[in-house]
Design a protein around this ligand. Sequence first.
Ligand code: GLY
Length: 373
Amino acid sequence: MTAATVHVGLPGRAYDIIIGRDVLAEAGTRIAAMGGRKHVAIITDANVAALHLEALQHTLAQAGLTSEALTLPAGEKTKGWPCLEQSVEWLLSQKVERGDVVVAFGGGVIGDLAGFAAAILRRGVRFVQVPTSLLAQVDSSVGGKTGINSVQGKNLIGAFHQPSLVLADTALLDTLSDRDFLSGYGEVVKYGLLGDAAFFDWLEVEGPKIAKGDAAARVRAVERSCQMKADIVMRDEKEAGDRALLNLGHTFCHALEAATGYDADRLVHGEGVAIGCALAFEVSARSGLCSQEDPSRVRAHLRDMGMKVDLADIPGDLPDADALIDLMGQDKKVTDGTINFIMARAIGDAFVTADIDLDVVRRVLRDALDVKG
Ligand code: GLY
């Protein structure tokens, strides 16, 4: 099967996203072609290293590149100051120079952390994203947001630093658990909902095939998602406007993640995004912005895919609607105390607005919490 290429045409920082089954095998030749020393530093996590590091190092060796890997613990805790310090000091010990290439080999945590380490090392070295989770392939590896979490909140410390290449090998998705795969699928659905009704129509039909592992459908889903993200990032790299559309469902999601104490047993990010998208459409419908059928269609598709859709699907207690709205107010997308909502006029037509009646949001959350009981 041929690989798909999405080009991110940012002036002076342009790069390709190569998407396909087994494109990992091309990592050696593609990275060798980038120049720099013939030594590559890889940052990865223990889960990915156990499954795929040998394959990555093999392709690098075949292209005449030596490599060394720093293997960090898997999980969100890795995305903090201690592992950032460890990564930067390790890269320096590997004698990584300005012209060299660092490889981020993992999911969103590793991509964000290694990308940030590359951004600050010697005031910026090039890095290649080799995302291994669906969420990283369709969202976090593209667009140059890098960073770590603070005790005060997620992603509060970071930099925009575009990768020089993204290699999204969809064969790597075969080793994900169903839950991790579906969590990433929440971000795929988000693209259809925010800007491409025809893509959402296609997902309604092909979604089950994508979940079962259909190779062509998976490449198509990742390619369309990356193309949409690339188009938005080219219009608004630093999130002064349109890039905020990528946060559809995220204000609700961030409140739910905080309310569940970032406990992955209760809720993972992509699940929160899916529930958040359903809530955003419900608020849009009750605010008279979109038709009543739209939230029903969103919910039906998520339900068909076996995903979490409702607050009732989150195990354990949740705080009341007012407390959830307070948590939404702590989101970093708040400006001057006003929550910026991503709402929808229809499936495929999202927009940013601060003009939402919080009473409608409160009623939607109360109804959802009542169902939870
Ligand atoms: N994940 C949202 C963004 O990259 O802007």
